[in-house]
Design a protein. Structure first.
Length: 259
């Protein structure tokens, strides 16, 4: 069976990074272009490929004014992780994968607790957290390095029983205040293209779409243990001009000029 692949880059987008494991190349470099070509050729030649698509978002915390005063964010510690592992939600794969980040060495995250009960949780990844994910996670190619002043939000979770009450929206606003306190000038995140609730929430919270990620995972008998995958990080044309102070460094990572 021949697969019809979605376009990886359209006239409106460009491939910014090509990521395999912990290594990545600029999309317009020789290796980046060659890997992209080989990838699309291989994907057409076999149906043993699974595609995952994500929408990339970007936000400058300084542009968001309202900050809820009544939310106390607790930093994630080993004790918090222990408590969360005993929570019934830990049986859900998405939340369990967020908790697993701790074992991989990720440290910067926050939780909103009320009367000892968790309401909402999220990681705010710095470059050292991202490096840990690239080393230890088979999804590490979703996390290329960012650059000075940038951080990445991941694994937002509102606990069962607390949903559709505005908890994530208020938590997200409090997290923006925390980002500003930490000196973060640009936040990025990505959301699975089929996660309708999360896409709605992120867009309501002031984030703008900046591009997409297409991840190709090859299911090759005898080589399954390799969990071989490639992620193409695409950026919408014009995103950098909308964000006047961002620029690409020589190695293609996004850099934020300190304003
Ligand atoms: C997505 C999630 C964090 C939303 O948390 P929440 O506390 O229920 O969100 P809020 O009550 O603040 O909702 C804010 C907006 O998000 C959207 N939204 C939230 N849940 C939704 C749902 N089930 N269906 C459609 N839209 C939804 C709505 O636009 C909502 O605004 P509205 O209530 O005025 O319509 C929660 O459903 C969750 O933890 N899901 C599982 C993990 C996940 O998908 N995380 C996101 C990873 S990026």
């Amino acid at each position: 069976m021949e697969l019809t692949l979605p376009a990886t880059a359209t006239p409106a987008t460009e491939i910014q990074r090509v990521c395999i494991g912990s290594t990545s190349w600029r999309g317009d470099s020789f290796i980046g272009a060659a890997v992209t070509w080989l990838l699309q050729f291989a994907a057409r030649a076999t149906d043993r490929v699974v595609l995952q698509r994500f929408v990339r978002f970007r936000l400058r915390p300084a542009t968001v004014a309202s900050v809820p005063q009544d939310i106390r964010l607790t930093p994630i510690t080993a004790e918090v992780i222990e408590q969360l592992r005993r929570h019934p939600d830990a049986a859900q794969a998405n939340f369990a994968s967020g908790l697993a980040f701790w074992n991989m060495g990720v440290r910067n995250g926050f939780i909103w607790m009320e009367n000892g009960e968790p309401l909402c949780f999220q990681w705010q990844l710095t470059d050292s957290d991202l490096a840990a994910l690239r080393r230890h996670s088979s999804w590490g190619n979703l996390y290329p390095p960012l650059g000075p002043g940038m951080a990445q939000r991941e694994k937002l979770w509102t606990f069962s029983g607390a949903r559709r009450k505005g908890i994530a929206s208020r938590f997200a606003a409090a997290m923006l205040a925390e980002a500003r306190r930490q000196g973060v000038t640009t936040l990025v995140t990505h959301v699975s293209a089929d996660n309708v609730p999360a896409l709605a929430l992120v867009e309501k919270s002031g984030w703008t779409r900046s591009g997409s990620i297409v991840r190709y995972e090859f299911d090759i008998p005898l080589f399954r243990w390799l969990r071989w995958s490639v992620a193409l990080h695409c950026e919408n044309r014009g995103v950098r001009s909308q964000h006047q102070s961002t620029k690409l460094s020589a190695n293609g990572f996004i850099e934020e000029a300190v304003s």
